[in-house]
Design a protein around this ligand. Structure first.
Ligand code: ZN
Length: 168
């Protein structure tokens, strides 16, 4: 397994475009998913989408369990049902150093494929619902800060740049 560098807001075109559908379910994909799990855990995130490592493909990994031991991947995911709405504040590994609020459904049902290409459906509320929506947004080139007004967005992005400078 290997860690893959995470890319930050506007530093990579993959973050801002619609990701491509995955059509080949092979060893290469399985390895990528293992690397994404490792990268997500190392960054202490509860989700990571392939565009966040510069790969514009419809792949995301998620683990919202407390002990970080229940990872799963969603490939070519689609939200097929949503209900309720709430404003949710969240961080993003691609916009570190800042939390921003986005409107989210409180419950979603998702249809996706696993690493073998098998279709499955899952549903969730609360943190799981928010995380699924956040990661699926990434696959449409949309980030949490994109929900903000231009002024709030520029403040968030400045916070991120400051944070990144401190990390160097
Ligand atoms: Zn994110």
């Amino acid at each position: 397994m290997a860690l893959i560098p995470i890319v930050y807001y506007s530093h990579h075109p993959a973050l801002h475009k619609v990701a491509a559908t995955v059509t080949e379910f092979n060893d290469e994909l399985a390895k990528l998913i293992q690397d994404m799990y490792e990268t997500m855990y190392e960054a202490d995130g509860c989700g990571l989408a392939a565009p966040q490592i510069g790969i514009a493909k419809r792949i995301a990994v998620v683990d919202v369990s407390e002990d970080k031991n229940k990872p799963f991947c969603i490939i070519n995911p689609e939200i097929i049902e949503r209900s309720g709405s709430e404003l949710m504040s969240a961080g993003c590994l691609s916009v570190p150093g800042t939390y921003t609020t986005a409107p989210r459904a409180s419950h979603v049902k998702v249809r996706a494929q696993d690493e073998t290409g098998t279709f499955f459906e899952m549903e969730g509320s609360g943190v799981l619902a928010h995380c699924l929506q956040h990661e699926i947004d990434h696959l449409h080139g949309k980030l949490n800060v994109d929900y903000l007004s231009p002024l709030k967005k520029s403040i968030s992005l400045k916070k991120m740049e400051k944070f990144l400078k401190r990390m160097k």
